[in-house]
Design a protein around this ligand. Structure first.
Ligand code: CLF
Ligand code: SF4
Length: 298
């Protein structure tokens, strides 16, 4: 890896395994809506793309979110990255998401901005992402085959129309690939998350890995499906199981010769605060952070 690239990931706890021992990230939950329906999602809870499914995050306005970031930055100096990852899809809530990033770029310019999305609207907003210097973008991309996609996504809402089955999956997959290409052209570091769903995409993830590598993704994070029935997701209710640790590791190993694999993901909440694996979100609930430093009120 060249020195410039090393410097770009040096204090990002997700992009660098080494950094996650020393640097913290926080998420702000400003994005409630979503434009697709994944069969592993229950809308009442966080987006399972990149925030722990089955927990409810406290929604904030962009101004409240910026206030929270300033408070946390003053209390946790190792906090280097601000991510927006839900609880729905950040790019299905573009005004809220970009307003939040703008406020933070203005008030705390040293904090790196990070975005996680299902990718459907990525080509549409790539210019805005560039303008805001968002240097790290994650796409959750579970398949490159629309037939498999139809088993993972029940519908896709694109340009005021709802598409189901293979037709919907085709649109999503196309936009994800276009988005990957656009990120590469803009020299923005891209991580791909894939949710491993046994019997549906587990055998196919090596192919996904190959395709994203060719498109220039920097890092691949294969995450296990979490499908506890009490979360009320389609997969949970139909008895779809998640992979065992051994199955997950086997697929990660099969891909690892080809590109960098992320193996330290903790499937964070959409309002996570702290080092990966350390959950300090309850120290900074809305009730608490609004009280803490009223001078940050925007
Ligand atoms: Fe957050 Fe995601 Fe940015 Fe990291 S999390 S938006 S890239 S700052 Fe990290 Fe958490 Fe895993 Fe995500 S451990 S769920 S990979
Ligand atoms: Fe749920 Fe996220 Fe999928 Fe939207 S993208 S349906 S919020 S898991």
């Amino acid at each position: 890896m060249d020195e410039k690239l090393k410097a770009r990931i040096a204090n990002h706890p997700c992009y660098s395994e080494e950094a996650h021992h020393h640097y913290a990230r926080m998420h702000v939950a400003v994005a409630p809506a979503c434009n697709i329906q994944c069969n592993y999602c229950n809308r009442k809870y966080d987006c399972a793309n990149e925030s722990r499914p089955g927990v409810v995050s406290e929604l904030l306005t962009p101004e409240e979110a910026a206030h929270k970031v300033l408070v946390v930055a003053s209390k946790i100096p190792q906090m280097t990255v601000l991510g927006i990852a839900g609880p729905g899809d950040p790019l299905a809530n573009p005004e809220k998401t970009f307003r939040t990033f703008e406020l933070i770029a203005d008030k705390a310019p040293d904090i790196k901005l990070c975005l996680s999305t299902n990718g459907l609207m990525l080509p549409e907003y790539i210019d805005r992402i560039k303008q805001l210097n968002i240097d790290h973008v994650t796409i959750t991309l579970n398949t490159i085959d629309p037939e498999i996609g139809a088993q993972i996504y029940s519908w896709v809402h694109y340009k005021r129309k709802r598409y189901r089955g293979v037709e919907g999956a085709k649109i999503l997959l196309e936009k994800q690939m276009e988005g990957l290409q656009a990120l590469k052209e803009a020299d923005i570091l891209c991580k791909v998350n894939s949710v491993m769903i046994p019997g549906i995409n587990d055998q196919h993830l090596v192919e996904v890995n190959k395709a994203i590598r060719e498109k220039g993704a920097f890092l691949h994070n294969i995450m296990p499906l979490i499908s506890a029935p009490e979360h009320g997701t389609h997969f949970g209710l139909t008895g779809q199981r998640g992979p065992t640790n051994k199955e997950l590791k086997e697929v990660q190993d099969q891909c690892s010769g080809n590109m960098k694999m992320m193996r330290h993901c903790r499937q964070c909440r959409a309002d996570a605060v702290g080092l990966l694996g350390e959950d300090r979100s309850q120290e900074f609930t809305k009730e608490k952070f609004l009280e803490m430093s009223p001078e940050y009120d925007l």
